[in-house]
Every structure is written in C-alpha cells, then in structure tokens.
Design a protein around this ligand. Structure first.
Ligand SMILES: NC(=O)c1ccc[n+]([C@@H]2O[C@H](COP(=O)([O-])OP(=O)(O)OC[C@H]3O[C@@H](n4cnc5c(N)ncnc54)[C@H](OP(=O)(O)O)[C@@H]3O)[C@@H](O)[C@H]2O)c1
Length: 293
C-alpha cells in the first residue's frame, strides 16, 4: 500500500494517477473526501484526516509500505502554515512511518535551508532533518517551482488589456519545472531502491524571469508590457498583514524572496542520474495547455 498525503493536490493527483495506472494499491490522506472527488474512489482508498493531528496520521499510515508526503501549508484552506504542515505535519508522517518501518518519500524544495529567507524553505528543511535522523528508509525529492502553477496564477491576473501581473521587478531568474516531470520522478524514486538515503533535486531546463514568463503567457494576445507590483508594496504587505492575514503576508514575503533570491537551478545532476527523465520546456507546457483547453 502506498499512502499519498496530499494526493488530492496538483502533484499528488498526477502521482496517484500514475500509481493507479501501474496497478499499485493507493491510499490518499485528505482533510475532506470532497477535496479528492476527482480521484477514482473505486481504485483509490480515501482516508480523511489532518497531518496536524498525530492520531489521524497514524491511522492513515498503518499498513502502508511507502508514505509519500506531497502536502504543504504555504497557502490553502484551514488556517494552515508552513510550521504546522510542512514541519509538524511532516514530523507526524515521519514518526508514524518510523513506527512501522515504512519508506518515506518527502517532497521538499530546491533551496531548503535552516537560514533561508523563506519560511516555507526553513520548515521543509526542518522536516528533511527530522526524516534523515529518524532511521526509517527515506528519499527526499526537492523540486523547483511548478511551471503549471505559476502559469495558472499569472493567467488569473490577466486584465482586459491582456496584461499579466508581475510581483516586483520580475528580472530575477527562477527555475521552473513541469509538475508532470516531478510526478514522474516521484513515481520513479518510489520504485528505485538506489535512491534510499538520498536527496534528489529536480528543476526544469530553463531559468526564467517572471517578466519572461508573463510575456510567454501573453504571447497569444497583443504585445503589451506586464503590470508590476512594486517590491516596496510587497514588503509592506508582508509586514502590515502579518497579524491578521498571515497567508497574504506570507505571499508578500515570498514575492519579495522570488524577486531577490538566487533561484536558478542546473539540471545536469538529475539528467546524469536519470538520463530518460523528462524535463519539459516552457513552450511545450504552454502548447499542451492550449491543446487541453
Ligand atoms: N507548487 C510548487 O511550486 C512546489 C515547488 C516545490 C515543491 N513543492 C511541493 O510539492 C508538494 C505538492 O505541492 P502542490 O503545489 O501540488 O500542492 P497543492 O496542489 O497546493 O496541494 C496541497 C496538498 O496538501 C494537502 N494538505 C494541506 N494541508 C493539509 C493538512 N493539514 N492535512 C492534510 N493534507 C493537507 C492538501 O490536501 P486536502 O486539501 O485535500 O486536505 C493538498 O492535497 C508539496 O509538498 C509542495 O511543498 C511544490
């Protein structure tokens, strides 16, 4: 049995479909059955529970040989936070897996570090460290930013003139990877015992600025410059909103980090490790999106 915590999410859904298609028994942990309604419930066992509640997690993990954590608390419903989900929720998953000797595949982020300016990156690192210390078999998959998520987020900001919103100056190169490619990698490391005890990093073939991404998204319409939210406004948002709207404050802080941190990635190590690993360029992801819509 493979438990996918976060199996209802963007990455988790793609992973669950892959696992089901190769006949693996799959269980999904979700806070609400309705959030996993798009999954085939005759082929996927659904367990309702919250990773912030240790007893929910133990119930979901019991009987699983592999536990995949594809959860995050950066945003989303239920008052989640990186501390409560990415650090403490993952701690619950790891501890429950360690009790039964299950293998843990932990989704993390490229750049996870104790001293990162991004809270999410610090909490992911804390989860990684807990997993490394716990002694149950493990693989950590660190990914750069999901291209499809950013295309969707930026497309939602498009105004009537076809202009996309860019947070900050938008001139900082950022690595983006197709979530399909990440799902393929997670599926692969579940089966690859040589990946145990290792941290595998995946990023896409291009480092792109948000301005370049905006231009690519806008390319179907008239050639117009994107709208920029000034960095000072994002900084103010991250400070002023913190006491009463922490999620929006986090987004402001993350936007500043995206505009300033070194978020480039060199995919040569993942290419060397798995030469047939797909790393889809932006143009192909956009073309696929047009075909689907
Ligand atoms: N998005 C990116 O750019 C990116 C980049 C690098 C790494 N990652 C990592 O990849 C993984 C998947 O990301 P994603 O963007 O695909 O996520 P997503 O679509 O936003 O889905 C988040 C998932 O987390 C689950 N979740 C959140 N809080 C939970 C809680 N308290 N208890 C149980 N489940 C909870 C949600 O389940 P329910 O709502 O059904 O309960 C949902 O399935 C995450 O670990 C993320 O950190 C993402």
């Amino acid at each position: 049995m493979i438990l996918v915590a976060g199996g209802s999410g963007r990455l988790g859904t793609l992973l669950v479909r892959r696992l089901v298609s190769r006949g693996a028994p799959v269980r999904v942990l979700t806070r609400s059955r309705a959030r996993a309604a798009h999954l085939n419930h005759t082929l996927v066992e659904i367990v309702e529970g919250d990773v912030r509640v240790a007893s929910d997690v133990q119930r979901a993990v019991d009987g699983a040989a592999v536990v995949v954590s594809a959860v995050h608390g950066f945003a989303g419903p239920g008052g989640v936070s990186p501390a409560s989900v990415d650090r403490d929720g993952n701690r619950h998953l790891v501890d429950a897996a360690a009790r039964t000797g299950a293998t843990v595949i932990l989704m993390s982020v490229v750049g996870a570090a104790a001293d990162s300016p991004m809270e999410l990156f610090r909490m992911k690192y804390a989860a990684e460290q807990h997993l490394r210390a716990r002694g149950t078999p493990w693989t950590i998959v660190r990914s750069s930013a999901f291209l499809e998520l950013w295309i969707a987020l930026m497309s939602e900001t498009m105004d009537r003139a076809g202009r996309v919103m860019v947070f900050g100056r938008g001139d900082n190169p950022i690595n983006f990877v197709s979530v399909n490619d990440v799902a393929a990698l997670v599926d692969r490391v579940i089966a690859d015992s040589s990946a145990r005890g290792q941290t595998v990093e995946i990023g896409g073939p291009e480092n792109l600025t948000l301005t370049q991404l905006a231009a690519a998204i806008q390319s179907a319409g008239p050639a117009v410059a994107p709208r920029h939210i000034p960095r000072a406004a994002l900084t103010a948002m991250s400070v002023i909103l913190r006491p009463f709207w922490p999620e929006r404050a986090r987004e402001g802080a993350a936007a500043v980090a995206l505009d300033t941190m070194d978020l480039r990635f060199d995919p040569s190590a993942i290419r060397a490790r798995y030469p047939d690993q797909s790393l889809t360029p932006l143009s192909d992801v956009l073309a696929r999106r047009v075909q689907v819509s």
